[in-house]
Design a protein around this ligand. Structure first.
Ligand SMILES: [Zn+2]
Length: 163
């Protein structure tokens, strides 16, 4: 059992490219869903279990290999959906909390869902998926170069050239 878990962890980390500096993001380069987050299909006894990649990273590093629906994962020190930089220290980009933590954060930030914010987030989600795919494709084609750093910061180098 242990060895098959290790094999799944190995398959997962094989699809991750870590930035050159210690504080950099670790970018998932596998499948990406329509929400802009990575997708990983874990082989389990019953078949395959689909994970959002950042949640699987947290399960591996902080969750003993699994998470429940109550375990909420969020990006803390970056806002990059594809980032799977998880450690058990303060340098982790992802944190594990409860639903209650998450609800509190959301109301503190004044981000309670309403009709308008839901409509906005629908558009944002599509943009986010396109941006994630652009990030991944650039990283696989060119590596962690200056253009990639710009993309990561939310800018497109192609657009900048127009101005
Ligand atoms: Zn990050």
């Amino acid at each position: 059992m242990r060895s098959s878990e290790d094999k799944e962890a190995g398959r997962f980390w094989d699809k991750v490219i870590k930035g050159p500096r210690p504080g950099d993001c670790w970018i998932w380069t596998g499948a990406i869903g329509d929400d802009g987050y990575g997708r990983f299909w874990q082989n389990v006894a019953a078949g395959q279990r689909m994970w959002r990649a950042h949640r699987f990273a947290v399960a591996l590093v902080l969750g003993g290999g699994d998470l429940s629906a109550h375990d909420k994962v969020r990006h803390e020190s970056c806002d990059v959906p594809l980032c799977v930089h998880v450690t058990d220290g303060l340098d982790s980009h992802l944190v594990l909390g409860t639903t209650a933590d998450n609800n509190r954060d959301r109301s503190e930030a004044g981000r309670h869902a309403n009709m308008y914010s839901l409509r906005r987030s629908g558009g944002r989600r599509r943009d986010q998926a396109a941006h994630s795919r652009e990030l991944r494709d650039h990283l696989l084609a060119h590596g962690w170069d200056d253009d990639f750093r710009l993309l990561l910061a939310g800018y497109s180098p192609d657009q900048e050239a127009l101005f």
